[in-house]
Design a protein around this ligand. Structure first.
Ligand SMILES: O=C[C@H](O)COP(=O)(O)O
Length: 251
């Protein structure tokens, strides 16, 4: 019932020319979006090239971040209203890199989620624990806290349509993938948290991605887990061939 969603998160890589080349290489080889939703999240400077080249294809487009106001004196920020006008579908919020390097708080992330919905976009909300938190046996509690804070004040309908990405910080860009059992364990905690805050019907609808060194070699095993509905992929999404293997993991 839940359509799988594989999203590449390019982070601060790629320029508009590389973006255009990438999309040209993948656009005719993507799965139908009813089978697997294929998404690319690109830096704001690449979004026009991404949108232009993805036109008429199955590719969905995400921004890597947006602000919680639509307009005003917020130098350097990206308006969710303008992202919607441009044709963007999703916005990633709360990535651990934004939380760690740019000091984004749970409150900021919640405000961004509200602004994203207000503008008719969908958020991909990231959560995940550090190695220290995991080793202290507090991963579940940590993730439950992040999810609870991020969803504050959102309606059941809104939560049913969004995506939550569980990304253990210790597995990001390190080559260390959480085992499929470890990933499943916390993705199940995410779903249980949604059930506790809303109800089981909402929890059954929300799509949960795993992120952290996902690659063609491990995508099938991860996607076979009951509570994993997709992947948020960094490094392995930068090369067309590898991206295509990920989104076509069902073939
Ligand atoms: O958003 C993506 C994640 O941070 C994972 O990155 P990675 O696949 O390079 O480990």
């Amino acid at each position: 019932m839940r359509t799988p969603i594989i999203a590449g998160n390019w982070k601060m890589n790629m320029n508009p020319e590389q973006t255009a080349e990438f999309v040209k290489a993948v656009k005719d080889k993507l799965p139908a979006s009813t089978k697997v939703e294929a998404v690319i999240a690109a830096p704001a400077v690449d979004l026009p090239a991404l949108l232009e080249n993805a036109k008429g294809s199955e590719l969905k487009v995400a921004a890597e971040n947006s602000y919680f106001e639509d307009e005003g004196a917020f130098t350097g920020e990206t308006s969710p209203k303008v992202l919607k006008e441009m044709g963007v579908d999703y916005v990633i919020i709360g990535h651990s890199e934004r939380r760690d390097y740019f000091h984004e708080t749970d409150e900021d992330i919640n405000k961004k989620a509200h602004a994203i919905f207000k503008n008719g976009l969908l958020p991909i909300i990231c959560c995940g624990e550090s190695l220290e938190t995991r080793e202290a046996g507090k991963a579940e509690e940590w993730v439950e806290g992040q999810v609870t804070a991020a969803l504050k004040g959102l309606s059941a309908e809104q939560v049913s349509s969004l995506v939550i990405a569980y990304e253990p910080i210790w597995a990001i860009g390190t080559g260390k993938t959480a085992s499929s059992d470890q990933a499943e364990e916390i993705c199940a905690v995410v779903r249980k948290t949604v059930a506790k805050l809303y109800d089981q019907t909402v929890a059954d609808k929300v799509r949960i991605q795993y992120g952290g060194s996902v690659k063609p070699a491990n995508v099938k095993e991860l996607m076979a887990k009951e509570n994993i509905d997709g992947g948020l992929v960094g490094g392995a999404s930068l090369v067309p061939d590898s991206y295509l293997q990920l989104v076509n993991y069902k073939d």
